[in-house]
Design a protein around this ligand. Structure first.
Ligand SMILES: C[C@](O)(CO)[C@H](O)COP(=O)(O)OP(=O)(O)OC[C@H]1O[C@@H](n2ccc(N)nc2=O)[C@H](O)[C@@H]1O
Ligand SMILES: Nc1ncnc2c1ncn2[C@@H]1O[C@H](COP(=O)(O)OP(=O)(O)OP(=O)(O)O)[C@@H](O)[C@H]1O
Length: 303
């Protein structure tokens, strides 16, 4: 996704929040990674990445959640924006394609380690943005492999539309018919570590998702989603009991469906209209002014 935006940058790319509308863990690979089936969409709130050619590489950050982010590219714990830049540059260098110095700016609007894929979305937006800035292109399978090396969620964030994800998250089937929903995201600002949640998961062989067949209405999708789950909710709620308060607040505010996204602690509520969603967000913010609360619309049909 591309948009005009951060002053002083040739390009600004949106890094939208990823929402796991449902996530079933159906098995585990020999290397420990879990096999999933996840219904995924994206919300029109998120981080933004500014990109501009520069005399030397530079990285700057701003935004409500920029404090405490890693600022270097080094190691597995490096910032995903810089890791994405370096992996892409290495690939382009192997093909003798110029990938000059860049100033990258991360406007961090999404809470960190919150189950809505902020770092993954940043990495995906950086990959797409740099290809545009450098005027380069690489074939989709190679780009997907680079994305997967950065994280299981990065290929889906590169796709950016409603989809079904299988495997460890990298087998993606677009779902262009999934409707757009009015949504409220709520995070209590308690970071939850994805590896810890997967490690403490007990039931790893749940049944796959059952999607509505044929031409489905929004009501069909809502009814199918009501029968789905997020299997990571049980371990996440044990680790961060405040998730009960978050989902309780969304239910009390009138959501038609409430669930946790990813490995938590962000929960989402789906609402009948944008107005209802905004009212719910205002109500939750008023009672919990410290929490991250965002009323948004998901990508999809009719959005
Ligand atoms: C929970 C989800 O957000 C759902 O979309 C993803 O499965 C996690 O995606 P992610 O944050 O990009 O995860 P990664 O950074 O690749 O993996 C972090 C750690 O989570 C565990 N992990 C991740 C994905 C997966 N399918 N099975 C796992 O067991 C592994 O221990 C891994 O080392
Ligand atoms: N650009 C970035 N934004 C956020 N976190 C980053 C970034 N780069 C590296 N990280 C590190 O990645 C870890 C996970 O952060 P992230 O916000 O992507 O998690 P998440 O929202 O739980 O993602 P997911 O839903 O993919 O599991 C954090 O420990 C953080 O320090």
């Amino acid at each position: 996704m591309r948009l005009d935006g951060i002053p002083g940058f040739a390009l600004t790319c949106a890094a939208p929040a990823k929402i796991n509308l449902a996530l079933h863990v159906i098995g585990q690979r020999a290397d420990g990674h879990h096999l999933l089936e996840s219904l995924v969409t994206f919300a029109d709130c998120g981080d933004r990445i500014g990109l501009a050619a520069a005399d030397a590489d530079r990285f700057t950050v701003s935004g409500r959640f920029s404090g405490g982010l890693p600022l270097s590219a080094e190691g597995k714990d490096g910032n995903l924006v810089l890791r994405a830049r370096d992996l892409l540059r290495r690939e382009l260098a192997s093909r003798s394609i110029a990938a000059g110095p860049v100033h990258l700016h991360l406007e961090k609007n999404l809470p960190v380690a919150s189950g809505i894929g902020g770092g993954s979305a940043d990495a995906a937006a950086t990959l797409s943005g740099l290809l545009l800035l450098w005027g380069a292109s690489i074939e989709p399978p190679t780009l997907d492999a680079i994305a997967l090396e950065l994280g299981a969620d990065v290929p889906m964030c590169l796709d950016g539309g409603p989809l079904l994800a299988k495997g460890i998250g990298e087998e993606i089937s677009p779902l262009p018919d999934l409707p757009s929903f009015a949504i409220v995201l709520v995070n209590p600002l308690v970071a939850v570590s994805t590896p810890v949640i997967f490690r403490t998961l007990v039931n790893k062989t749940d049944p796959p998702l059952i999607l509505p067949l044929g031409i489905a209405t929004a009501a069909d999708w809502l009814s199918a989603m009501a029968d789905m789950r997020n299997d990571l909710e049980v371990p996440a709620r044990r680790l961060a009991p405040v998730i009960d308060d978050v989902s309780g607040a969304l239910s009390a505010a009138g959501a038609t469906l409430v669930r946790m996204s990813g490995s938590g602690a962000t929960c989402f509520g789906l609402f009948e209209s944008d107005e209802r969603a905004q009212q719910a967000a205002d109500r939750i913010s008023a009672s919990q002014p410290e929490w991250y609360v965002c009323a948004a619309r998901t990508t999809g049909e009719g959005g």
